[in-house]
Design a protein around this ligand. Structure first.
Ligand code: HEM
Length: 437
């Protein structure tokens, strides 16, 4: 049999970079409109076909090895090593203890305490609350939640406060908007080599943060102070699973990085709701549709559709797989683009419009197969229940008291891990329609 030449197009990184630069986050969809839903890219293959995505995520063989990008980050980026980048025994060593705290029953058992923390925090804001940066405001509340409900630490302790400040500062350094300091650019080209001094400076900065964290983690391990003397948090369970020294520090830092996906989502939800007062009112009345999806749930689903927390999903094929009609061997880097999937007009009506109502009605066929905010399969988000509970509690607490006002709609940058392109100045005014409950 004669070999068949590839019919799939090969995307050029320079063109991909130019599309992202020209269209912002909509550039992720523009890439698939230019090259099709399946195309070759940088020695790998990208698929935005829903059925292929589903098979990629749920076939165990494709989740055994982490792709080279993850292995690189795990090995070389100071402070980055952690569960998301791990495979094999190192992954299981972390997964088992963490899963205990992320089980639905464990998350539910914490709900009253979480609600109390958030209500007290938001309750201290002034009647009209303003600030220059909504994401920074949400992150400050998120940090408190992470310290108490994730790390099980007492946030009034000065060492815990230092620990929290360094976690936030590290994360902010990794999200530096200067592309020369970033490696998470999809349109990365050989010219990136000229940025090496900036990348090295960024790595040195990360290294300084991690050294500071090493000392703080050692002290916290010794003495706590634990927020709840009965419950075990991330520090205790990971130490009990055998993590020590830098491996423990990096994992704790890595978890905070994963956690901040919830801060980003809450910020995007509030920013959109500032332009959708009818949804703020529905949320306050806890409106539910016949589908049983209440207003908060509809808002959460729509925010995760419109604002994915990662713009590229990477997998390494564990066995041959047919994508776009061509067979790719084991070891191929396979990628999917959540933004393109979540905005493909073939699966979604008016995809660019932020409309929580779409979740309370009937979705077009195939939309759900193209919707994967937390992924499925063995390498799905293990913090999903925790994140969803937190988002619900935070949005309810803020919107019961305030009407959010923001100048502009959120603009998102085009890195693989996206953030808002500019700080969003906000004004929370006393709620005009009060909660009947
Ligand atoms: C709206 C909020 C969140 C979203 C949309 C989200 C989404 C995701 C996604 C898509 C992945 C898979 C990444 C990949 O394989 O490439 C992931 C992994 C993960 N997430 Fe989340 N996440 C959120 C919040 C959280 C929170 C609050 C935590 C708590 C620490 C968390 C912990 C994790 C962990 C530990 C992993 C790695 C799991 C593994 O590799 O086995 N996430 N998340």
């Amino acid at each position: 049999m004669s070999s068949v030449r590839s019919k799939l197009p090969t995307a050029d990184p320079a063109t991909v970079g130019a599309l992202l630069a020209a269209h912002g986050d909509a550039g992720w969809l523009a890439v698939t409109q230019r090259y099709g839903r399946v195309f070759r890219y940088r020695g790998g293959v990208v698929t935005c076909e829903p059925d292929e995505l589903q098979a990629l995520l749920s076939t165990r063989e494709h989740t055994r090895r982490r792709p080279a990008t993850h292995r690189f980050a795990d090995r070389f980026v100071p402070g980055a090593a952690g569960i998301l980048f791990k495979e094999g025994d190192a992954w299981k060593q972390r997964l088992r203890p963490l899963m205990m705290g992320f089980q639905p029953q464990a998350v539910e058992a914490e709900e009253a305490r979480l609600r109390d923390l958030v209500e007290r925090y938001v309750g201290q804001w002034p009647a009209t609350h303003t600030g220059p940066d909504l994401f920074a405001e949400v992150t400050a509340l998120g940090l408190k939640i992470a310290l108490v409900h994730g790390y099980n630490l007492d946030p009034s302790d000065p060492v815990v406060q230092d620990f929290g400040a360094v976690l936030v500062s590290y994360k902010r350094a990794t999200m530096d908007p200067n592309p020369r300091r970033r490696l998470d650019e999809f349109g990365l080209r050989w010219r990136k080599a000229f940025d090496l001094p900036w990348v090295a400076a960024a790595f040195y900065d990360f290294h300084r943060h991690v050294r500071r964290l090493d000392g703080l983690v050692a002290e916290l391990r010794r003495r706590g102070p634990w927020a709840d003397p009965v419950r075990q948090g991330w520090i205790q369970t990971l130490a009990a699973a055998g993590l020590r020294g830098r491996a423990l520090t990096s994992e704790l830092n890595h978890l905070y990085g994963a956690f901040t996906a919830a801060d980003y989502t809450a910020t995007c939800a509030l920013a959109e709701l500032a332009h959708a007062p009818q949804w703020v009112a529905r949320l306050r009345r806890a409106d539910a549709s016949q589908s049983g999806i209440d207003a908060v749930e509809a808002v959460l689903r729509e925010t995760s559709r419109r604002y994915p927390v990662a713009m590229v999903i990477y997998r390494e094929l564990g066995k041959a797989m047919t994508l776009g009609g061509e067979s790719f061997p084991a070891g191929t880097l396979a990628m999917a683009l959540p933004y393109a999937l979540h905005h493909d007009p073939a699966w979604w009506d008016r995809p660019a419009v932020y409309d929580p109502g779409r979740w309370q009605g009937e979705l077009p066929p195939r939309a759900l197969a193209a919707y994967e905010p937390f992924l499925k399969g063995p390498r799905r988000c293990i913090g999903q229940d925790f994140a969803r509970q937190q988002l619900r509690v935070v949005l309810e607490a803020i919107l019961r008291r305030y009407d959010p006002h923001l100048g502009a709609r959120p603009q998102v940058n085009t890195f693989i891990v996206p953030r808002l392109a500019e700080p969003l100045a906000f004004r929370f005014e006393p709620a005009r329609v009060s909660n009947p409950s």
